[in-house]
Design a binder for this molecule. Sequence first.
Ligand code: S3P
Length: 440
Amino acid sequence: MSHSSINLQFIVQPGGSLHGSVRVPGDKSISHRSIMLGALAEGTTHVSGFLQGEDCLCTLNAFRSMGVEIEGPSDDGNVTIHGVGLHGLQAPTHDLDMGNSGTSMRLMSGLMSGQAFDIKMTGDASLSKRPMKRVTVPLARMGANIEATATGTPPLLVHGGSKLHGIHYDMPMASAQVKSSLLLAGLYAEGETSVTEPAPTRDHTERMLRGFGYEVKTEGNRISLQGGGKLTATDIDVPSDISSAAFFMVGASIAQGSDLTIEHVGMNPTRTGVIDILRLMGANLDVLNKREVGGEPVADIRVRAVQLKGIQIPESLVPLAIDEFPALFIAAAFAEGQTVLIGAEELRVKESDRIQVMADGLMACGVDAQPTPDGIIINPGNFTGGTIDSHGDHRIAMSFAMAALCAQAPITINDCANVNTSFPGFVALAAKAGVRITAI
Ligand code: S3P
């Protein structure tokens, strides 16, 4: 099934404010990893709060196709995985469809390199354009045998039966997907696999491996593990995704009179850049009821509207807010004064070219937004409204839905079906909180 072929449209009337409490769906990164490690563990893993978005379901279906018995997800996000051990997967009878999900394809490139059988991984139109050399090149150095297209894009054919050996890899870009892919291949490699990262990236793989009883060392910016161990089943409680919460943080910050609480949000310090950036812009965010859930920090976030101001976004926060920039650009469009982002060229290779697609959308709404090779300059002005092409990118669609809260005219957003990759139920939840949104 091609998700992006269904042209779902959001029509959002201007005005409104956000009130009450919302709980956004489970964390996408943690949900993917719970299936991967649960499947390869010895014993039965119970997951609660699993994100039933299409991306994570691609990962789940891939492991089912490789003989792993997985019960659920139930309506409330419970999944039971009967682990087969690191060497218990079976050859699938068909190609693995990774849909829109870069996380599935990149992390599984590493895992699949260590299997005894061949697999082919395919993706939708967006994933088929995304760079895979960032994983295939270092994995080849470990002894993996992976074929991509001539330009290094999917489909990927991973040949089984390779004998992997540990390497040290100095990552050229701050990418949790590259780090995770190599660490997962490292489970199957002889000796030590280590990576250094140029800036901190999300550490869910390291945390979860430890939760499954696997030793992972973190020494400064160097992360390492030894191959040849085993994973022991555990229970995982997935917090709400801060990346999904970000749309509501921005909406409640910009829409006058808003007072919204977002519950049970994952607060892993490698993910909270959006809170730091919004606070630098003057946002009124209270982090309440901090607690630890299954090895990950969680809190409720109360957001009250306030006039934001434009800022120069600190480059050090870029990897810690990498998925939240579409929403942050909307915040910047309603701030007082210019916002400048640099050092964020990675945004050009996400589900869409998020620098260009956001700049085009902002300009369609009357805002002066100048894309630069590695960022954007936003000069707020009259935000009229207009028609946006989301390019099938879930985060672009949801960001412009929030912009309507403060726009002068309706916003129509095209190509929104992929919102289901990360945030099933977005329209209903946004409407409940106060966004005047309908989907047709
Ligand atoms: C992810 C890492 C990030 C992020 C993506 C999920 C992960 O990608 O953009 O949505 O789960 O590891 P990069 O590692 O390529 O920056």
